[in-house]
Design a protein around this ligand. Structure first.
Ligand SMILES: *[C@@H]1O[C@H](CO)[C@@H](O)[C@H](O)[C@H]1NC(C)=O
Ligand SMILES: *[C@@H]1O[C@H](CO)[C@@H](O)[C@H](O)[C@H]1NC(C)=O
Ligand SMILES: *[C@@H]1O[C@H](CO)[C@@H](O)[C@H](O)[C@H]1NC(C)=O
Ligand SMILES: *[C@@H]1O[C@H](CO)[C@@H](O)[C@H](O)[C@H]1NC(C)=O
Ligand SMILES: *[C@@H]1O[C@H](CO)[C@@H](O)[C@H](O)[C@H]1NC(C)=O
Ligand SMILES: *[C@@H]1O[C@H](CO)[C@@H](O)[C@H](O)[C@H]1NC(C)=O
Ligand SMILES: *[C@@H]1O[C@H](CO)[C@@H](O)[C@H](O)[C@H]1NC(C)=O
Length: 829
């Protein structure tokens, strides 16, 4: 019978789960995987159950901002390993008894911001492992839920509800690990002795938060013999009077840390009494955090009842004057944003227990009182005060032999001199950043600080002119000096004795060039920051002895390229190299450098910000995207083109040499060619002949033509060419241009003579345009047809035009001369 029931139950369960699974298929994809199989977030996905895509191994699930109005067992599949479940603001109204049955192993359950109207009485009780329960803003009116099984509970956060009592259910006194009860912003107005019974039993390690409750009445002695680790009663009282009485009623309470005061938005009450803190005298506490928002018009003795505290933190308020209190145990004092009118040197002097003094965020307090005789003071933070200090720091602190930490950053102006640090020899950390520091740049004011490990003088308006500024700092590990200036080549010597320096920040220092010996003694240097300077080269890196360097920042400089030999000699341990925001030259001459950038993305910091220098407006071209292959092509193309060019030049030279005469002729033509018609011709005919045929020319041709009637004026090179003029010019000026006709004496020798061929070719080109037969050919002896082809145009000329043939036969001889004479004279008139 019972078996049957359990079977049918199981079946129903499976059907429901199947239905849920079918219903929400696809929804799971919308959840975010934060850690595979372990951590998922379904925040704000409008889901109404856990999607099946969440693996059953999930340990942490953020399901906040979804919609599960009715929370019951079927909302969760069995998730045995689920530890942390966040169901914040899921519109949950109704929580069934068995709601968490499938997620029994939860250690953290967050139900913040659900308008729960019904809690199944046992719904939380199945969560035996629960350590942290968050029921903030769920409309609770009282604490006693059924959670007696949650014996491992450590934290219960029930802030922002309507709970009216701090009273805890009796079973909680057995919760051994219980350490936090957060009841902030509830409606607790009275605390009676019987409300704290369980608190008293629960152990000494509990934090109780009662801030922002309307406390009106605390029964005197309600907290007697209660031991708490921390009690937070900031803005916990309904009125100023209630607070005064309420604090007194807390007598007998033992608490390590007490936090009280007001929240900023809480201006409900005014000052009327100066003894309103007297209640503290009967509370046993060691640390007190006092959040003041009021501005007292008269002097209040805030610290009278804190005389036994070891740590006092005062935040806000207006403390014009601090009373002189002989604190017995005070080790740490914080005065933050307290509108201090002056530094309380006089009041705090001779405090022999004080180790740590923090006075920050005050608006320019006067500093005319020194802190004297504080033998235990180790740590002093006076940062963010807009202090103007004349003659720091030995005059500000004296009798503080143990001072290790001094923070004067974010102040207005501090004047130093050579005795500034006398008596402060044990300083290890000194911070001046963003404070104008006078004289440090040209005096050796720090020379006695042999234990100084950390020095920050960033943005301190310093001009370093003295190379001994850091003389004596033999322990310095960290030196930050960003945003200052150097005169001359001080940088070259400034760091010479800082042999144990590991971290050097020289960013934004207007450095243009670094000498290779600047860092020669910094063999331990691990970080070198040169960001935001105007460097164009980093060659110094290879010469210096920076073997330990792992981080090197030269971003925002003017580096266009780094030679390959420098890149190859970078320190071997370099693992962080910031080269971004430099005007990288992405041209084919830099392929080695760019290839190096592409290859070394793992050591480059922000490699995505290494851009090519660009002259166009869109300047976001990454160096790593540069196409090196195109450079290889370009290189090849350049080589091919150069070879072609050389060949072309050689060919042209050969051609020029070969045809120099034609070129000269062209030049002459270009110089001033006049058509033959207009030209004054000094000869009737120019005779082109081989010197072997000279005898015939002199004896026959000259004889017959020049001595005949009418006489024909011949141009003969051996007779008529002007001396001292080049042959080519003579041929052109005297012969071809100076004669109306050209007589060509063709013979075997003519064909063989280069000069003759040249003259003939020139003649042809001169008369090319003229139809009339200005070239008269005489065949002196028979030449094979094959040979005539050797002379350009001759063969064609012979074919097309009539020529004269010399013969010894007297009859034809006579005819020859007549024809020749006619041919010459033809157009003479
Ligand atoms: C709860 O976790 C333990 C391991 O811590 C495991 O052995 C057990 O099976 C889990 N219980 C449930 C109900 O999932
Ligand atoms: C609480 O614990 C007791 C004993 O371990 C057990 O019998 C009871 O069922 C638990 N209650 C719930 C609601 O799980
Ligand atoms: C707070 O508690 C008082 C009784 O102590 C009650 O009169 C008042 O209505 C409560 N306020 C709220 C908002 O529930
Ligand atoms: C006290 O509680 C804190 C958490 O609030 C915890 O970290 C610490 O271990 C506890 N100390 C003791 C002694 O229980
Ligand atoms: C105050 O509390 C500390 C421990 O928290 C204890 O040693 C000391 O005796 C207490 N002093 C008084 C006066 O109760
Ligand atoms: C400070 O502690 C001493 C005992 O150590 C005690 O007598 C004195 O009352 C305490 N003063 C205050 C203000 O708590
Ligand atoms: C000095 O104080 C400033 C401002 O509070 C802070 O940012 C800085 O880290 C402190 N310096 C050191 C070395 O702690």
């Amino acid at each position: 019978m019972t078996q049957k029931i359990s079977i049918s139950r199981k079946m129903i369960f499976f059907t429901i789960s199947a239905f849920v699974i079918c219903f929400s298929i696809g929804a799971g994809e919308s959840c975010t995987k934060i850690k595979e199989n372990l951590h998922y977030s379904c925040m704000g996905r409008n889901l109404n159950s856990i999607p099946p895509s969440i693996p059953s191994s999930v340990q942490t699930l953020d399901f906040s901002y979804n919609v599960i109005k009715h929370l019951q067992k079927s909302a969760f599949p069995i998730l045995s390993f689920l530890r942390v479940l966040d169901l914040s603001r899921c519109h949950i109204k109704h929580i069934e008894n068995d709601a968490f049955y499938n997620v029994k192993n939860l250690t953290t359950l967050i139900l913040t911001g659900n308008p729960v109207t019904y809690f199944g009485p046992g719904c939380l009780n199945s969560l035996h492992n629960l350590q942290r329960l968050d029921l903030v803003d769920v409309g609770l009116v009282s604490l006693p839920l059924q959670m007696n099984n949650l014996t491992r509970l450590q934290e219960l956060r029930v802030g922002t509800n309507n709970i009216q009592s701090v009273s805890l259910p009796p079973f909680m006194s057995s919760f051994k690990d219980f350490s936090l009860l957060d009841l902030h912003a509830n409606n607790i107005s009275t605390i009676k002795t019987d409300h704290t019974v369980v608190l008293r039993k629960i152990g000494r390690n509990m934090t109780l938060i009662l801030s922002r409750n309307p406390l009106l009445y605390i029964e005197p002695g309600a907290f007697k013999d209660v031991h708490l680790r921390q009690l937070d009663i900031r803005s916990a009282f309904v009125s100023f009077a209630a607070q005064k009485v309420g604090l007194k009623a807390l007598y007998g309470l033992n608490v390590e840390r007490l936090m009280f005061g007001k929240y900023r938005d809480d201006f409900r009450f005014q000052f009327s009494d100066t003894d309103f803190l007297d209640g503290f005298c009967s509370i046993n506490f060691t640390e007190v955090y006092y959040y003041i928002m009021e501005s007292p018009t008269k002097f209040i003795s805030s610290f009278r009842c804190m005389i036994n505290a070891t740590k006092i933190v005062v935040m806000g308020g207006l403390i014009d004057e601090t009373e002189h209190v002989l604190f017995h145990e005070l080790k740490e004092l914080y005065l933050i944003s307290s509108h201090l009118g002056s530094l309380p040197g006089k009041q705090l002097s001779h405090l022999h227990t004080l180790e740590k003094l923090i006075i920050t965020h005050n608006n320019g307090p006067i500093c005319d009182e020194a802190f004297i005789d504080m033998p235990m003071l180790k740590y002093m933070d006076l940062s963010s005060n807009q202090i103007k200090l004349k003659r720091c720091c030995a005059t500000l602190l004296s009798g503080t032999p143990q001072i290790r930490y001094l923070n004067l950053s974010l102040n207005a102006e501090i004047d130093l001199d050579v005795v500034s640090f006398v008596g402060l020899d044990s300083l290890e950390i000194l911070d001046f950043h963003h404070t104008k520091i006078l004289r440090i740049g040209y005096l050796s004011v720090l020379s006695n600080l042999k234990y100084l490990r950390y020095l920050d003088v960033s943005y301190s308006s310093i001009i370093f002119t003295n190379i001994y500024c850091f003389y004596g700092l033999s322990s310095l590990n960290v030196l930050k000096m960003a945003g200052n200036n150097f005169r001359g080549d001080v940088v070259r010597y400034l760091f010479n004795n800082l042999t144990v320096l590991e971290h050097l920040d020289l960013s934004y220092c207007h450095v243009v060039e670094v000498h290779s010996s600047s860092f020669k003694n910094l063999q331990r240097l691990r970080l070198l920051n040169l960001r935001g300077n105007s460097l164009i080269a980093i060659d110094f890196l290879t010469h210096s002895n920076l073997k330990q360097l792992t981080s090197f920042y030269v971003d925002k400089n003017s580096i266009t390229s780094i030679p390959l030999d420098v890149l190859q000699k970078l320190p071997t341990n370099l693992s962080e190299f910031d080269l971004s925001s430099n005007p990288i030259d992405c041209s084919c001459s830099q392929t080695d450098f760019i290839f190096w950038i592409i290859q070394n993305q793992n050591i480059l910091k922000q490699p995505e910000n290494i851009f090519c220098q660009s002259f166009s407006l869109s300047s976001d071209f990454r160096a790593a995207d540069f196409d090196i292959d195109s450079c290889v092509h370009k290189k090849r193309l350049t080589i091919v083109l150069s070879i072609c060019f050389v060949i072309l030049v050689v060919v042209l030279s050969v051609l020029v040499y070969r045809f120099q005469f034609y070129l000269q002729y062209c030049c002459i033509l270009l110089r001033g060619y006049r058509s033959p018609a207009q030209q004054e011709c000094s000869y009737d005919a120019f005779v082109i002949f081989s010197s072997y045929d000279e005898v015939w020319v002199m004896n026959e041709l000259m004889e017959n033509l020049e001595n005949g009637v009418p006489p024909i004026n011949l141009c003969l090179h051996m007779r008529d060419f002007q001396a001292g003029k080049s042959i080519a010019s003579n041929i052109i000026d005297e012969g071809i241009m100076g004669s109306r006709k050209v007589i060509v004496v063709v013979s075997q020798h003519f064909i063989d003579s280069a000069w003759c061929r040249f003259e003939f070719e020139l003649a042809q080109s001169r008369f090319m345009m003229e139809r009339n037969a200005n070239i008269i050919i005489i065949i002196l002896e028979d030449v094979e047809e094959r040979k005539t082809k050797k002379v350009f145009g001759l063969h064609k000329h012979l074919k097309k035009n009539t020529y004269l043939k010399w013969s010894r036969d007297p009859l034809s001889n006579m005819r020859f001369w007549i024809r020749l004479r006619r041919a010459i004279i033809d157009t003479k008139q």
